[in-house]
Design a protein around this ligand. Structure first.
Ligand code: DAH
Length: 338
């Protein structure tokens, strides 16, 4: 049996040497190591051996199996490496690669991010609300009665079920106050909609950022200080800011905010509305909450709303507001920061 083992070894190794691909290797594996392969068959012959011969033959058979398995594995590795090398032979690693295009954020997103960062340093948190609003959140609760021109069908997008696309982010003031008691200090960037004819200075969808601070003893001085801090951080300490008396139904007194800075062309620009929250708004919120959390005798607040599109236009130097929505990469890719 020893000679049989030896000749089987030679036979297996020469079969291996002749195998040149994965299929023929598999055949060798089956023929020699498989359940009915030659090595297994020879092992069965052990039964007829005497007790004395068995250990030696057993050992030789084991060695044969190990040696053939190792040689097979080695050959398999070598064949795989060769086929990898053949595949890579077609790749010219010295050719210049395709440069991945780095994306950039939209100028409005960059502006919102910067504004949010500044207000966060003052302790403002971000609040959110739906674009599709109820008339109550958008108008009634904001002290804007049914006969107010802002509610004209020509000015607003109404849905068949009576909902509307919010005409300002001020509705988020109401949503936040109904949900949580004071103190509140939030900003809310988001889309707003108006039924405007789209042209170089008007879009039917634009971007606003609302702000609201309600707590005991909040004053007009807090409002002015906050607004000044914001614009000085955004455009530098030389930025001039003026408050022009105005009217909004939901604030009393109300102002429009203009700023002037060389960064924006050195002309006065109207950027925002603001004011002290009208007690009538707190009254509506209390009614909806069913409590007296917003008692105007105990708390007060200021609110503001910025239009961000005009600001983005000035910062990017475009004269047509539609460029902000047209997704023209030649325009968008020029801005990695504002
Ligand atoms: N919602 C107003 C608008 O869209 C802007 C505004 C004015 C917001 C005064 C305010 C505010 O929060 O206090 O024209």
């Amino acid at each position: 049996m020893e000679t049989q083992i030896e000749s089987l070894r030679i036979e297996a190794l020469s079969a291996l040497a002749g195998a040149s691909d994965a299929a023929s290797l598999k055949e060798v594996r089956v023929n020699f190591l498989g359940k009915t392969g030659s090595i297994s068959l020879l092992s069965e012959g052990m039964r007829h051996l005497s007790k004395e011969d068995r250990p030696l033959i057993g050992k030789l058979l084991n060695e044969l199996r190990t040696a053939v398995t190792a040689a097979l594995n080695e050959k398999e590795g070598a064949l795989a490496a060769a086929s990898d090398a053949a595949a890579f032979a077609f790749i010219d690693a010295t050719l210049p690669g395709t440069k991945p295009e780095a994306g950039s954020l939209h100028p409005l997103t960059l502006l919102v991010d910067r504004a949010v960062q500044i207000f966060r340093r003052l302790g403002f948190a971000i609040a959110d609300g739906p674009d599709i609003e109820t008339e109550w959140h958008c108008f009634d609760a904001l002290n804007t009665p049914a006969d107010h021109p802002a509610r004209n069908e020509q000015d607003t997008f109404y849905l068949p079920d009576g909902h509307l696309l919010r005409t300002h982010t001020s509705s988020i003031q109401i949503r936040t106050m109904v949900q949580q008691p004071p103190p509140i200090r939030i900003i809310a960037p988001g889309a707003a909609y108006r039924r405007d004819e789209v042209d170089a200075t008007h879009l039917a969808q634009f971007t606003q950022m609302e702000g609201l601070y309600v707590a005991p003893k909040v004053s007009l001085a807090d409002l002015k200080g906050t607004i000044e801090f914001f614009f000085h951080e955004l455009f530098g300490p030389g930025t001039e800011i003026r408050f022009r008396p105005h009217f909004f139904p939901f604030t009393e007194p109300s102002y429009e905010i203009d700023i002037r800075t060389e960064a924006l062309g050195g002309k006065w620009m109207e950027l925002a509305g603001c004011g002290m929250v009208d007690p009538a708004v707190f009254a509506e919120v209390n009614k909806a909450r069913g409590d007296d959390a917003y008692d105007p005798e105990k708390i007060s607040g200021f609110a503001f709303g910025f239009g961000l599109d005009r600001l983005a236009m000035n910062l990017t130097g475009i004269s047509d507001i539609r460029m902000l929505t047209q997704n023209d990469l030649r325009f968008l890719s020029r801005f990695n920061s504002l």
